[in-house]
Design a protein around this ligand. Structure first.
Ligand SMILES: *Cc1c(COP(=O)(O)O)cnc(C)c1O
Length: 820
């Protein structure tokens, strides 16, 4: 970002300055865990998000930050500067609005419920050659994300593309003042986030406030409600509408869509010309997104025909920034989605955040830039030099020539293959490796080498979807209600550390583990959140104490044994424990009639402190048993009151799991325990529609063969072909967690977006599917389950619940994490 002086910022945000006013600001932080370049950085102490930023000022100071924007009285350090304001978040927004006003460049502002990021990225992919574009990093579109994006505008940019996302009424006004788009774009509208708005109409009205000062508005006129509202609100305001849709008077009229093997071929009309182009996608949403992009390009007064040939090469957004487990305790970050300066910075940030002592960077020529080479590589090297890089590899025709500009000693290669020849397993150990380069360099060859080898079968976990689901549930809660995230059973099969780390960044209050070992592993990996352990086995008490885990106490016997261990270890401070009340589940916990004895015991026992009292509902997701759940809650209320009054304590009180949050929302008490919901699954159909799919089980086709009528497939010859049939063999079987009972035509998989039935008997490590109707080849991707077939549908077919399906996926299946 463009540097600001502390003095300037003080004036812009009308702050009271305490301490040295002479510093510079080149970097903004609000999460003390993410600090890695403290020099000339400012830390904003936000207090809006449950977790008060002021409590992290110490940590930020320790990491070297000396400039703070605060709103409360705190301990002041002599060598630091403090800008005191009423609201740090408003200050950031005001600063961004001021910054925006320094530039006259065209700004495209994108809002809508789906497709904001893809529309922004596709605009960038099509336009980068002709513009110096500044755009929101990742999906930065919130009350914090949008100002941070806008603050990146510099004098060199001549086009800005920013996203604006809202989840509460009245938020758009703020974003409009920051972004001030000249061109407003409305992407697909669904009912996501509707929960905080009384109707879809109000949601749209709120979103289109982004366009109040725009000259041009782009929208899909086939959506009647959108058309009606935009025309009603803006018709007489001297705005030009650029629409797309099926109507003759649309700016871009959709004429036809044809399926082709590589995706879709689309015909449109612009003015009186018919134009045709291809996209490499099969799904419906991509059509709406590309029409939005093309209409925007037209509204920018650019010649559309010049860009149409490029649409065939657009990339899906999922290809951005993959993080995979590597060989010899390393992690590999692979990012070849864009090759521009901006994406180099985003990727370096991700590298800096990896908890590994060593950082390596493989960087190729940067292709998407209009700067001359000297200028470009001076900037690239400045950027790289501002991070700690232990091992630097430069690949390409140009970048090696500039190796002396880099602080770290670089090894240079003309091609990826040349570098690969020098790469040996022995050289890699306990490090984070970023592969950042342009697509022609085929860095995936390096990542194939570095990734932990297993099978082509993977369990993909979308951490952004997990984040969105947590936010969805948080929106269902009172602001004060705490959130415990259940990560038992390896986070329902999704893997502990990555999930816990994501949750820690979301300011969750508690983690819930099944066993002490799960908690200990997380502590070793650096997770500091409080962790409750639900099955504290006697043999694990030492582990519990050593790693500061908090046991669930479900009987007097456990309490006595645990206290005995505390005494043996001479622990003097009261140790936090959680009391489980059995209100009808009849699994673990104190029954109401056992409470007197428990209370008597605790009255004299000072070695433990009751951190929380909780119970678990047996029928939160069974509508017919609502009465039973209410009865449980009543018993729980009474038990809690008794403990609280007789011991004169107010520990946290909690009862609800994911279905409980939806169906018994009134009983959230002090905390709820979210499990399956954050992994994207709900018993409630309307909730299910609003959750995002987190977990996808994938493999690839090993072999395709044609069999003749009468031939049979697999053990026991239970499938007999009635006609010539094309069979694909998949390298996954019941040992990976695919239920054997899904064989014989009961289960399906998805190949090229089409359904292929499983035929014959499922084997231990393989299964076969009928692909007669599908145009596919060996090596093609296969979805075993995820969005479609859904985890719920698979569970129903074999007569079980999604929980069992998820937790049965074998440990030998590699877990791969995605973050947008
Ligand atoms: C597993 C579990 C939860 C979470 O349940 P979900 O249905 O997955 O939300 C909550 N509380 C306790 C005690 C649990 O064991």
């Amino acid at each position: 970002m463009k540097p600001y002086k502390i003095k300037e910022l003080t004036a812009i945000i009308s702050a009271e300055i305490i301490g040295n006013p002479d510093g510079n600001i080149e970097q903004i932080y609000f999460d003390s865990r993410a600090i890695y370049q403290p020099k000339n950085a400012v830390f904003f102490a936000f207090s809006e998000f449950g977790n008060d930023g002021h409590s992290y000022i110490e940590d930020a100071y320790r990491k070297g930050i000396r400039q703070f924007v605060i709103s409360k009285d705190i301990d002041l350090k002599e060598d630091a500067a403090y800008l005191k304001v009423n609201s740090p978040i408003k200050a950031l927004q005001k600063w961004a609005g001021f910054h925006r006003n320094q530039f006259q460049i065209p700004i495209v502002g994108i809002t809508g419920s789906n497709g904001k990021t893809i529309v922004k990225e596709w605009l960038n992919q099509l336009l980068w050659k002709d513009f110096s574009i500044v755009r929101s990093p990742k999906s930065y579109n919130s009350q914090i994300g949008a100002p941070l994006s806008v603050l990146q505008i510099t004098a060199e940019n001549n086009l800005g593309i920013f996203e604006a996302g809202i989840s509460l009424p009245n938020e758009m006004q703020t974003l409009e003042e920051i972004i001030q788009p000249e061109i407003g774009v409305l992407t697909h509208m669904s009912s996501a986030h509707l929960e905080n708005f009384d109707s879809k109409e109000n949601l749209i009205r709120e979103k289109i406030k982004l366009f109040q000062n725009s000259n041009k508005i782009i929208y899909n006129s086939d959506n009647e409600l959108i058309k009606k509202l935009i025309e009603e609100v803006y018709a007489d305001k001297n705005k030009e509408f650029y629409t797309f849709g099926k109507n003759e008077n649309d700016t871009i009229q959709l004429i036809s869509i044809n399926e082709i093997p590589t995706g879709k071929e689309i015909k449109i009309r612009l003015d009186s010309n018919e134009l045709s182009f291809k996209i490499p996608f099969h799904d419906e949403a991509s059509v709406e997104n590309i029409l939005t992009v093309l209409t925007t390009i037209h509204a920018l007064e650019l010649e559309l025909e010049k860009y149409l040939p490029e649409t065939e090469h657009l990339l899906p957004i999922e290809m951005r920034l993959e993080i995979k487990e590597g060989i010899r305790e390393s992690v590999v970050i692979n990012d070849t989605f864009n090759s521009d300066l901006h994406s180099v910075k985003v990727a370096l940030d991700v590298l800096a955040q990896q908890p590994f002592p060593r950082k390596s960077l493989v960087l190729t020529d940067v292709l998407q830039s209009n700067l001359n080479k000297d200028e470009l590589y001076r900037k690239v090297s400045d950027l790289v030099n501002s991070y700690k890089i232990d091992d630097l590899i430069l690949i390409g025709e140009f970048i090696p020539k500039y190796k002396n500009l880099f602080k770290s000693k670089a090894r240079t290669f003309a091609t990826t293959d040349e570098f690969l020849k020098t790469l040996s397993v022995q050289n890699v150990h306990n490090e984070a490796i970023l592969l950042k380069g342009a697509r022609p360099f085929k860095l995936e060859k390096i990542s194939a080498f570095l990734e932990k080898k297993s099978h082509d079968t993977v369990l993909e976990i979308n951490l952004q979807a997990l984040t969105d689901n947590v936010k969805f549930f948080r929106n269902k809660l009172n602001p004060k209600t705490k959130l415990m995230a259940m990560i038992k059973a390896n986070s329902y099969g999704a893997g502990s550390f990555e999930i816990a780390q994501t949750l820690e960044h979301l300011n969750i209050d508690y983690l819930g583990a099944a066993y002490a070992d799960e908690g200990a592993e997380l502590r070793k990996a650096g997770i500091t959140l409080p962790i409750m352990v639900m099955n504290p086995e006697q043999s694990s008490y030492s582990t519990i104490i050593e790693f500061q885990l908090e046991p669930e106490i479900y009987s007097l016997r456990v309490l006595e044994l645990f206290i005995q261990t505390l005494k043996e270890k001479s622990i003097t401070e009261a140790y936090p424990v959680h009391l489980k009340i059995d209100t009808g589940m009849n699994r673990l916990g104190f029954r109401p009639e056992q409470l007197d004895e428990l209370i008597q015991y605790l009255k004299t026992e000072k070695s433990v402190k009751v951190q929380s009292v909780f119970t678990h509902l047996a029928t939160a997701d069974v509508p017919e048993e609502k009465e039973f759940a209410l009865q449980q809650l009543k018993i729980f209320d009474e038990s809690y009151s008794k403990i609280s009054s007789e011991l004169n304590i107010q520990p946290l009180k909690h009862a609800l799991n994911s279905p409980g949050i939806i169906h018994f929302n009134k009983n959230q008490y002090d905390m709820v325990r979210l499990g399956i919901g954050m992994y994207g699954i709900s018993d409630d159909d309307s909730v299910q529609k609003q959750l995002k799919n987190v977990i996808t089980f994938k493999t690839v086709i090993s072999r395709i063969s044609e069999i003749e009528a009468g031939e049979t497939v697999s053990y026991g010859r239970r499938f007999k072909a009635e006609k010539q049939t094309k069979i694909a063999t998949l390298p996954v079987g019941y040992a990976d967690g695919i239920r054997r009972s899904l064989g014989y035509g009961i289960g399906n998989v998805l190949i090229q977006n089409q359904v292929a039935p499983i035929v014959g008997t499922i084997c231990m490590d393989m299964l076969m599917v009928d692909v007669s109707e599908i145009n596919c080849k060996e090596g093609d991707e296969v979805i075993l389950f995820g969005q479609n077939p859904s985890i719920k549908s698979v569970a129903e077919k074999v007569g079980t619940i999604p929980y069992e399906i998820l937790t049965s996926i074998s440990a030998r299946v590699k877990r791969v994490y995605y973050k947008e």
